[in-house]
Design a protein around this ligand. Structure first.
Ligand code: DIG
Ligand code: MN
Ligand code: MN
Length: 388
């Protein structure tokens, strides 16, 4: 039994906004005081996190002068150096300021699109200076309440123009940056463009430099769309596009809850952690979440420790699943017919075609086979609940 303590090798990270979340919601005022970003770094060091992720305006106020920005960034850099906390990911807030009320890169106003691009470039420079290697785009306002306002195709084109520009900028500066697109189906707009990880994968394929761009799937966001999160990241992984991941938790059919990881959909999170561990995902595990509005600073630390501890507990459960003799025996039995038909494994050929045409299948016998998934899933439940 491990003690489930986070280590740097686990690469657990938290955004400045997660620890710094003041508990405001659409129906209530803040319940916690703001925390100085330098203090957030120290809290993350105290709870054992590997890194902190940078939202530009969570550190540098949007109207800061260049001199103020330099002083703030230098003070933050010192806190990183003092604590050993890393800053592997950065992103730009293109959703809070009123100028973004109709989107940033997809706005109908070219001035807004240009301002958003200027803001991102400035964030990219600071991000690289502080050591980030992944740059996330979450288009929180890239959407609409009425499709009368713009062509959804134009919106995608405008998004592509922006991302292509940033890829070229990174290349021109020789920045070692990879971009990760984060999808969400809705909120705060009625509908967001590029609403799921799958949509983002399709979008990435249309870019000038698709090799520089991957995805940053978030549990809550795929759940808001009623989707199986592990399937989304499995497709991204298989395509070599799982550049980053936002872990949290979320009940289906609700607003973006951004709950502590593991706190809502335990079975789904078991399969998520099992997948990441089985494939050896080595990227950062970013807990893009926040404490309940009911919590004080001690509760925020409980939230952060809980995210990491729950991941490690599920990692241990996944190892128990993989080591369980009855489960592994069932999986061998279930996959007993995965072999044969080697002539099809090389793809199409006239020889394969002729053999396939000639093969006679006993369809009824194949269909009669019981697959023992009930027993397999019950054993999985017993692993998760600690009975096995
Ligand atoms: C919200 O899910 C978004 C923003 O917090 C940020 O742009 C990104 C960071 O991973 N997630
Ligand atoms: Mn979210
Ligand atoms: Mn997120």
């Amino acid at each position: 039994m491990t003690d489930f303590q986070p280590l740097p090798e686990h690469r657990f990270t938290f955004g400045l906004w997660t620890i710094g979340n003041v508990g405001r919601d659409p129906f209530g005022l803040p319940t916690r005081d703001p925390i100085d970003p330098v203090d957030i770094v120290h809290v993350l060091a105290e709870v054992g996190a590997y890194g902190v992720n940078y939202h530009d305006n969570d550190l540098v106020p949007i109207d800061a002068t260049l001199a103020e920005e330099r002083a703030i960034v230098e003070r933050f850099r010192k806190a990183l150096a003092e604590t050993g906390v890393k800053m592997p990911m950065a992103t730009t807030n293109t959703f809070s300021d009123p100028i973004f009320k109709d989107g940033a890169f997809t706005s109908n106003d070219a001035r807004v699109r240009a301002y958003a691009m200027q803001k991102v470039i400035r964030t990219m420079d600071i991000a690289v200076e502080l050591g980030a290697e992944t740059f996330v785009f979450w288009g929180g306002r890239e959407g609409t309440e009425t499709d009368a306002s713009k062509s959804a195709a134009d919106a995608v084109k405008r998004m592509r123009d922006a991302i292509n520009f940033f890829c070229e900028y990174a290349l021109s500066q020789k920045y070692n940056l990879r971009f990760a697109m984060e999808a969400k189906p809705n909120e705060p707009r009625s509908d967001l463009y590029l609403p799921t990880t799958g949509a983002m994968l399709g979008f990435i394929a249309t870019l000038d430099h698709p090799e520089m761009v991957g995805v940053n799937p978030e549990v809550a966001h795929e759940h808001m769309a009623g989707l199986n999160f592990m399937h989304a990241i499995a497709q991204a992984w298989e395509a070599g596009k799982l550049f980053h991941i936002d872990l949290n938790d979320q009940l289906f059919g609700r607003y973006d809850q951004d709950f502590r990881f593991g706190s809502a959909m335990i079975k789904q999170n078991f399969f998520l952690v099992k997948f990441l561990e089985d494939v050896g995902y080595a990227g950062c595990k970013h807990f893009d979440a926040h404490a309940y509005r009911t919590e004080d600073l001690d509760g925020v630390k409980d939230f952060a420790r809980g995210c990491m501890r729950s991941y490690l507990i599920l990692k241990d459960k996944a190892a128990r699943f993989n080591a369980d003799a009855e489960i592994q025996g069932l999986l061998r039995e279930i996959n007993a017919f995965d072999g044969g038909f080697d002539y099809l494994k090389g793809g199409f050929s006239q020889d394969a075609l002729e053999k396939l045409r000639a093969h006679e299948f006993d369809r009824a016998a194949i269909a009669r086979r019981g697959l023992k998934y009930e027993r397999l899933d019950q054993l999985t439940f017993e692993i998760i609940t600690g009975v096995r």
